[in-house]
Ligand binder design. Structure first.
Ligand SMILES: [Zn+2]
Length: 299
């Protein structure tokens, strides 16, 4: 069963306790209950059950479901939630709404990354009916009753990523933009999968810094309570890992060898206690490789 904790007033973090890739889901309780990052379909099932059984939420009152981006561990279950709860609206960046309505491209991308059988684990990616899609763009404010969430289009980790800023608690739902945060080790580990863009990532973080948030609601592992420091660390890691990967590519190392270098970097610079085997370093190496190819630094 999932683990639930109240991380700010009326904001609940739901850890789905799955043994494969997942995100943390956040429920904001209020006049218009809102779920951020429902996760994959497999995760969404656990999350909806938890809302109902542990948090005693009337599921018919759930107003918005907001995936920060379309990666399967954040938004893969949006269609499932929409089907289960026909009154709910799924909030998506206007430029990518079509991929929720017709998920063929998302399904293809996941097959490439996780294999043809990705749905065995994650569950299928279902279409969101057009009538349940709410398209938003940069600067929009979503009124969820008693508080508003400001939409910040934040490219870098993925070009379909946006963050949400809650000016009630000065908290930022940052998705994967700032990496993953491990509170016990006070460690940040960046995630840079295919579609990652180094310059845009840094630009985005600089922009988020100006909001001066007090809380960072990370989609992986925990809540950050020293945002300025954590953002600085994410930027440093993005630059450092970029240098490491590029140097290794220039001397002809393969992906496994580069992964090992990143493993060493995080062990020495973040914490020796974390298990980096489980932190998608393979995806990060692939993301940097693709990026350096795109900008012509590696062929
Ligand atoms: Zn992601």
């Amino acid at each position: 069963m999932a683990r639930v904790s109240e991380v700010a007033e009326d904001i609940y973090q739901i850890h789905p306790e799955l043994n494969f890739m997942f995100s943390l889901s956040y429920l904001i309780l209020g006049e218009k209950p809102t779920l951020i990052d429902p996760g994959s379909t497999a995760q969404s099932k656990v999350v909806l059950q938890t809302l109902e059984e542990e948090l005693k939420v009337d599921l018919d009152s759930l107003k918005y479901v907001i995936p920060t981006h379309l990666h399967i561990d954040h938004g893969g279950g949006a269609g499932y939630v929409a089907r289960e709860l026909p009154q709910t609206q799924v909030v998506v960046n206007e430029r990518h709404a079509r991929h929720l309505i017709d998920p063929a491209m998302l399904i293809d991308a996941n097959k490439q990354t996780f294999g043809d059988n990705f749905a065995d684990k994650f569950g299928n990616i279902l279409s969101v009916p057009e009538s349940q899609v709410l398209s938003v763009s940069e600067g929009d404010r979503i009124d969820i009753g008693g508080r508003t969430l400001e939409v910040l289009y934040t490219r870098g980790h993925a070009n379909h990523h946006f963050c949400l800023y809650d000016d009630n608690c000065h908290g930022l739902f940052c998705g994967d933009t700032l990496g993953m945060y491990y509170p016990e080790e006070d460690g940040v580990v960046i995630i840079c999968p295919e579609g990652f863009d180094l310059d845009l990532s840094i630009e985005t973080i600089d922009r988020l810094r100006k909001l001066d948030p007090k809380l960072l609601f990370y989609a992986h592992e925990g809540v950050g309570r020293a945002p300025a420091t954590l953002m600085t660390r994410a930027v440093q890691e993005i630059k450092d890992c970029g240098e490491i990967v590029l140097e290794a590519l220039k001397i002809g190392e393969n992906s496994k060898q580069i992964e090992q270098r990143l493993n060493e970097y995080f062990t020495n610079n973040v914490s020796a206690k974390l298990n980096y085997e489980r932190m998608y370093l393979d995806l990060t190496v692939a993301g940097y490789k693709r990026y350096f190819k795109k900008i012509g630094l590696y062929s």
